[in-house]
Design a protein around this ligand. Structure first.
Ligand SMILES: [Fe+2]
Ligand SMILES: [Fe+2]
Length: 152
């Protein structure tokens, strides 16, 4: 009986831990939406033409990621946050500075999902694992893409 009780408690603990981690990812996605929408509006110079489209795509991807994370939180009976991560968004119209800020943001996103996946594995929800792994791979692709964009 005692053992059974403590395993339920342990399960509750790791689900809570997972919901907290997912909320950190959600806050980060909400910040990414604001960052990319801002940069899409302000990017100037010869690169504006394609970077406006690129940043808009990133807005849409972040909206999709946020929706995936939100439904994961709902599935776990958690409460999804509505505030973005408060890490300041650097205002600039310089595309190199924007790409550097985006690079830092995407690296942070990779790290966030890297921490989440083992927690999902622990609760044994394969559907949840698959959907969050897709997001993790998206972030990894963005990091690599930005690394190449920042190269001379
Ligand atoms: Fe994302
Ligand atoms: Fe991203």
């Amino acid at each position: 009986m005692t053992r059974h009780h403590s395993s339920i408690e342990a399960e509750g603990m790791s689900e809570k831990q997972l919901v907290n981690a997912l909320n950190r990812a959600l806050a980060w996605e909400l910040r990414a939406i604001a960052l990319y929408a801002h940069y899409s509006a302000y990017v100037s110079g010869i690169h504006r033409l394609h970077l406006t489209a690129h940043f808009n795509n990133e807005v849409n991807e972040s909206v999709t990621h946020a929706a995936t994370v939100r439904s994961a939180i709902v599935k776990l009976d958690g409460t999804a946050i509505t505030e973005r991560d408060d890490t300041p968004i650097v205002h600039t119209s310089n595309y190199k500075e924007m790409l550097t800020e985006a690079y830092e943001t995407e690296k942070k996103a990779v790290e966030t999902y890297r921490q989440i996946l083992p927690l999902v594995e622990k609760i044994g929800d394969t559907e949840l694992y698959d959907s969050l792994e897709v997001v993790y791979f998206d972030e990894q692709r963005s990091v690599e893409e930005l690394r190449m964009m920042l190269k001379d």
